[in-house]
Design a protein around this ligand. Sequence first.
Ligand SMILES: Nc1ncnc2c1ncn2[C@@H]1O[C@H](COP(=O)(O)OP(=O)(O)O)[C@@H](O)[C@H]1O
Ligand SMILES: [Mg+2]
Length: 254
Amino acid sequence: MTDECLAELHRMAALGRLLAGVVHEVSTPAASILSNNQVLINSLEKLDAAFGESPDAPGVARAKKIVGAIKPLAAIDRIACERIAAIVRSMKTVARAGDPELCKVDLNENIESALKLTQAEFRGRIEVETEFGVLPAVDCHPHLINQVFLNLLMNASQAIDGRGKIRVSTRFDGEGVVISIADTGHGINDEDKAKVLNRGFTTKPAGVGTGIGLSIVKQIVTEGHGGTIGFESEVGKGTTFHIRIPVEQKRKGA
Ligand SMILES: Nc1ncnc2c1ncn2[C@@H]1O[C@H](COP(=O)(O)OP(=O)(O)O)[C@@H](O)[C@H]1O
Ligand SMILES: [Mg+2]
């Protein structure tokens, strides 16, 4: 792994630790509010029941009205608190993504989540087809691998003018997992084929393209994971990128 790649991993790890701290700081009081809220809701129910036992006692009609006004507020607090808990749970996942350790990952799941993220960009314009093979768990840095999928999917989408199709398939070849992302976009001409993986090469207008995406993809795949990247393309027909990630990574000192 290059120094640049390592530095990125360390940065992500530091961010992950920071986020884990925030998650802890937020989740403890949120859990306490949630449990107090449950006590409050139960108590309001008990009060209501008690009012039912002596409905004509002095002040009961007024107290009943007050409880009636508080109940929906307590219910809304509960929903709000559950939302905070759900956000905190998803932040936990992101915090873990910064882990510099290799994780065993089902890449089909990472592709599924990358496709969910690109849904808004594709909606109504691009039809997505998937063919997932049965894959063994792969040693990888999931947040880096997710960047690979997102970059390739965004490129595929940007290559398609108007409507088109993106097909994602995965398979296990005995030692590695091969992911192919095919699009029905404008393709890459022969002259550009030699340059597309270079840092800074873009055919997109300023503000759209930076020409950095594929160089990062290549670095993550080859230097970060000992994998390979290749593509085939025909102008007017489309492009297919193939990524291969070995199932086992060499660990430090191994
Ligand atoms: N799926 C694709 N179809 C056609 N051309 C592509 C595709 N992916 C990448 N390219 C070409 O490679 C160039 C470099 O891609 P990339 O490094 O991601 O930078 P950017 O997307 O910012 O231009 C693109 O500008 C485009 O010309
Ligand atoms: Mg790009």
